[in-house]
Design a protein. Structure first.
Length: 119
């Protein structure tokens, strides 16, 4: 599956792909943008443990999981990941990461293209 970058009508940028690609993209964001924040670390942990968190979401009838965020990062505008959606269809696992509104759509698209070219 290829990563897809889209923008919602509400101004949120989101990326959809398989768990392994999404984790690699989030690690690239952390390295390229120098953002070693709690939300990125927690998002990577959630996606890396897809099956466990998918079951938790299903049992609690939740559509999204919000990663842990540090208040100081929120105030300084450093938060990257707003929420995560985990989906399964047969053996196919799909992750949608909704980014914070302050994440620059064009910059994220550039990073996804760089990631896709390196694959």
């Amino acid at each position: 599956m290829v990563l897809r970058v889209s923008k919602s009508p509400f101004g949120y940028t989101y990326v959809e792909g398989n768990p392994e690609e999404i984790v690699t993209l989030l690690e690239l964001i952390r390295d390229e943008w120098g953002r070693d924040t709690d939300d990125l670390d927690d998002a990577i942990r959630i996606i890396s443990n897809f099956e466990v968190f998918y079951e938790i979401m299903r049992k609690k009838f939740k559509e999204y999981i919000s990663p842990r965020k540090r208040e100081a990062d929120l105030i300084r505008g450093l938060v990257v990941v707003d929420k995560i959606k985990l989906m399964k269809s047969g053996d196919t696992r799909v992750v949608t990461v909704i980014f914070d509104k302050r994440v620059n759509h064009d910059e994220l698209e550039r990073l996804v293209k760089k990631f896709s070219n390196s694959q």
